[in-house]
Design a protein around this ligand. Structure first.
Ligand code: ATR
Length: 286
């Protein structure tokens, strides 16, 4: 019987995960299929219950369900519990277990694709959702010097900063974490000291989105990262390039988080180079 994998989110039309996983499945000759499922907030309980009912082996979770999904799961692995968000679920012996591969996926892309380390760096994270949580905690564990969480909704950023500071204390990690509002005038001062800027919001997926912050804050001292991968070069990355900054698109994070999830579900290594080639072809189609 064919094993079913998939992704739930809302909206879901933008996702490249089916192409990525189905390419890997086909290349390895596995009896799996990966499908997208558009699930609204109000249908989450039914959808997650349905995984058990139908015996669906594994699922990715994306915007906006990464945090809320936790309440429907039977258990979490240490990383997901630590982060407080889930992007991967596996049905194991009839029980749903949550994992998080986002932070490690981003870290791998930072190291391999941008040849950069977080240790000792001053980092600004734009956004405070599930992806921000995973990335911020991973950067703290890598001993970043400081992390500024800049979010549209100030209180959500504050909550995340409190969460990360508590986790750092537990692990004896020395990293200063602070939240500010995206509209705060002092944001420009943090940019002057920052080494790495990471956009974890969905702004950039649509061309007409207004900028998260004034682009003239960016300078050639920055590495600017966007976890958005479609378009492959977002407005933010174009502005970074114009200002002499280095930049990193979201394709590497997509592939590395995906390869970690793929391993959890199937036990196989994803053929990363083949997958990357197929995704690049799709992304650069005119
Ligand atoms: P995910 O779990 O994938 O990270 P999420 O939890 O919905 O998704 O989080 C999305 C993030 O993008 C949030 O930080 C959100 O800001 P708010 O907390 O203020 O909602 C941010 N975001 C989304 N659209 C935005 C916009 N137009 N401008 C600024 N921030 C935006």
């Amino acid at each position: 019987m064919t094993n079913i994998l998939g992704i739930i989110g809302y909206p879901i039309g933008h996702t490249f995960s089916p192409l990525m996983h189905n390419t890997a499945i086909k290349h390895l000759g596995l009896d799996y299929i990966y499908l997208p499922f558009e699930v609204k907030k109000e249908n989450m309980a039914l959808a997650i219950g349905g995984l058990k009912g139908l015996g669906i082996n594994g699922i990715n979770v994306t915007i906006p369900h990464k945090e809320s999904v936790i309440s429907y799961l039977d258990n979490l692995d240490d990383n997901a519990r630590f982060i407080g968000a889930v992007n991967t679920i596996k049905l194991e012996d009839g029980r749903l277990k949550g994992y998080n591969t986002d932070g490690l996926g981003f870290l791998k892309s930072l190291k391999i694709d941008a040849q950069e380390n977080a240790k000792g760096k001053n980092i600004i994270i734009l956004g405070a959702g599930g992806a921000a949580r995973a990335i911020a905690i991973q950067m703290a564990l890598e001993e970043a010097n400081s992390i500024i969480i800049a979010n549209r909704t100030g209180e959500r950023g504050e909550e995340l900063a409190v969460h990360i500071n508590a986790k750092c204390k537990m692990q004896n990690v020395k990293c200063k974490v602070k939240a500010i509002s995206l509209r705060d005038n002092s944001l420009v001062e943090y940019f002057k000291k920052a080494d790495i800027i990471i956009n974890t919001t969905s702004v950039g997926m649509i061309d007409s989105n207004t900028p998260l912050f004034p682009y003239n804050y960016i300078s050639d001292r920055h590495l600017v990262c966007d976890i958005v991968y479609k378009p492959i070069e977002t407005k933010l990355l174009k502005e970074a390039s114009v200002r002499g900054a280095r930049f990193l698109n979201g394709l590497g994070m997509l592939i590395y988080q995906g390869s970690l999830s793929f391993k959890i579900w199937t036990g196989h290594e994803m053929p990363v180079e083949i997958v990357k080639k197929v995704l690049m072809e799709e992304l650069t189609k005119t």
